[in-house]
Design a protein around this ligand. Sequence first.
Ligand SMILES: [Zn+2]
Length: 61
Amino acid sequence: MDDKVSCSFCGQLTYRGLRIHGEVICFACEQRLARLNVADADYPQWLDGLRTLWHKWLKGT
Ligand SMILES: [Zn+2]
């Protein structure tokens, strides 16, 4: 299976994203999230993205 899927965070098409409960996180975003710091200027945006995913996951189970 080598279907292209779009990343849930940046929307970029990726072949090998990290798949969590049907959502895809591309490698770049995965790396970014791993180094995410509260002091980062774009921290709120990432938090928002994560929150959206969490809500989806909670509803899905
Ligand atoms: Zn991404």
